[in-house]
Design a protein around this ligand. Structure first.
Ligand code: HEM
Ligand code: HEM
Length: 169
């Protein structure tokens, strides 16, 4: 047993949605397209919140254990990176949702209170939303490099943990 089928689906769905979020966010910021792109960002962002919620619930219910073949430093760094990735994604969706509420957008299912979203605190959260993308970029880069190290250098089955091929159980 490594990851359940649902966790594998959630992982790749999250990766796809994160890519869409970064691209639509940057397209808005640097004016690559029309105003529709920030609406797409918010709609996709709300599906990401749903997928992330389901993913975390499934992770809590179904604990994935790592093979002892991994060295101690690998277990420590991978656990730390995974935890940081979860925290960073949660922080991005929370700060993004508050910013979107501040814009009084009609695309949010449950906008956060306007007074809060437009307050100094709302401004601060928007600044955090901007900065967090760099943190996410750094973490995802580290994460992908780690996955590639196992795939190409160690040639072990770490990479296939996140693919349906590993499901021998
Ligand atoms: C992991 C998830 C997310 C990522 C990676 C992300 C990324 C970005 C990026 C790259 C930008 C462009 C600004 C910049 O250069 O920093 C941006 C802006 C924005 N995002 Fe997100 N975002 C995420 C989630 C969300 C969610 C869930 C919402 C709301 C439903 C949201 C609402 C917004 C809004 C309203 C802006 C524009 C703010 C402004 O400049 O007026 N974001 N986001
Ligand atoms: C090409 C892109 C990616 C590859 C090749 C990849 C590969 C993997 C692999 C092989 C694992 C299992 C590691 C293990 O068993 O120790 C994993 C876990 C994980 N990945 Fe990715 N990943 C990618 C993109 C992403 C992205 C974009 C995110 C989020 C922003 C992400 C978040 C995570 C998290 C949080 C885990 C830990 C799952 C858990 O234990 O709950 N991955 N990834």
């Amino acid at each position: 047993m490594k990851y359940s089928r649902a966790q594998i689906v959630y992982h790749w769905l999250t990766a796809l949605l994160i890519l869409a979020m970064v691209l639509t966010g940057l397209a808005f910021r640097f004016d690559w397209t029309g105003a529709w792109v920030i609406r797409a960002h918010q709609v996709i962002g709300q599906s990401l919140i749903l997928v992330l919620g389901l993913r975390i619930a499934s992770r809590v219910m179904h604990r994935a254990h790592h093979p002892s073949a991994h060295k101690l430093w690998e277990r420590i760094t991978s656990h730390a990176t995974h935890a940081a990735l979860y925290l960073c994604m949660i922080a991005l969706v929370v700060t993004g949702y508050v910013s979107a509420s501040g814009l009084n957008t009609p695309y949010l299912l449950w906008p956060v209170d306007q007074t809060f979203a437009r307050s100094d605190m709302g401004e601060t959260l928007l600044d955090w939303h901007y900065s967090l993308k760099w943190m996410l970029l750094a973490l995802v880069t580290l994460h992908i490099l780690g996955a590639l190290k196992h795939l190409l250098w160690d040639k072990d089955d770490t990479f296939t943990h996140m693919t349906p091929i590993s499901r021998k159980d």
